[in-house]
Design a binder for this molecule. Structure first.
Ligand code: NAP
Length: 248
């Protein structure tokens, strides 16, 4: 697609937080590359919704657990949307099990989807960003990276890994005008948290100073800011959006 707009690639952009991010960036005039793995219908719906409001969007399928599919994804995005200006690594999975019962294959699967994919995407896309003398990389991490979380050793470790990756990439890429930041959401109302039992939900809400779970659009608001010109001098940062759950 020929366009003069800046392209933003949002992984897992079909639903949940990713959809809200795609919609928000489209409102700010980005050409959206919406990645999905299995939610084809939702991805098409998100693209249609963007196009209906005058934006531009294209969908791309890839399983981010497979490095070859990541390479193919990048090639296809470059061919159809041009160079990526803003990369949002949002796709992620959670595996819930006590550490002592967590199988290595489940650990690896979470690491691969949540951390390895971000590394491979950052590595591949930061070079063309540097050639354009600018770009934005945003990782959707989690409060679990900062606080740990019961039964989520792989998830918490993968999300903490993103923070270290972001700070290193931020240092290495700053001279090329590329910023790299992480967002650590608390509990956000999406499919990922829909199954929380009512009694646990009540306890979790009681622990949040603002007294409620967050909305995908609230996370999208931070992404929108980090991708904007106003955030050109913010890099290597971790921004929590969690109703005050994890104050530092
Ligand atoms: P969600 O509704 O469960 O959506 C997960 C997304 O990740 C989907 O778009 C899914 O794509 C994609 N995905 C998962 N595994 C993938 C793989 N192997 N390859 C490619 N795509 C894959 O989750 P969400 O709540 O919107 O969360 C989005 C991000 O925010 C995640 O990284 C999550 O860890 C983080 N986060 C969420 C919360 C929360 O409370 N919800 C809190 C902190 C951080 P398909 O549907 O196409 O398969």
């Amino acid at each position: 697609m020929e366009t003069n707009l800046k392209t933003a690639l949002v992984t897992g952009g079909a639903r949940g937080i990713g959809r809200a991010i795609a919609m928000a960036l489209a409102q700010d005039g980005f050409n959206l590359a919406i990645h999905y793995r299995s939610s084809q219908q939702e991805a098409s719906q998100t693209a249609d919704d963007i196009i209906a409001t005058g934006g531009t969007a294209t969908t791309f399928q890839a399983d981010l657990n497979d490095p070859e599919q990541i390479i193919a994804l990048i090639k296809e995005v470059n061919e159809r949307c041009g160079a990526v200006h803003t990369l949002v690594c949002n796709a992620g999975i959670m595996h819930s099990q006590l550490l002592s019962f967590t199988k290595f294959e489940d650990w690896r699967s979470v690491m691969s989807a949540n951390l390895d994919a971000a590394f491979l995407l950052t590595k591949a896309l930061s070079r063309p960003m540097a050639r354009q003398r600018g770009g934005r990389i945003i990782y959707i991490s989690s409060d679990a990276a900062l606080m740990g979380d019961l039964m989520r050793c792989a998830y918490s470790a993968s999300k903490a890994g993103l923070l270290g990756l972001a700070r290193t990439a931020a240092r290495e890429l700053a001279a090329s005008g590329i910023t790299v930041n992480s967002i650590t959401p608390g509990i956000i109302e999406t499919d990922m948290t829909a199954e929380i039992p009512a009694t646990r939900r009540v306890k979790q809400i009681a622990a949040i100073p603002m007294g409620r779970f967050g909305k995908p659009e609230e996370v999208a608001g931070i992404v929108r800011f980090l991708a904007s010109e106003q955030a050109a001098w913010i890099t290597g940062q971790t921004i929590s959006i969690d109703g005050g759950l994890c104050m530092r």
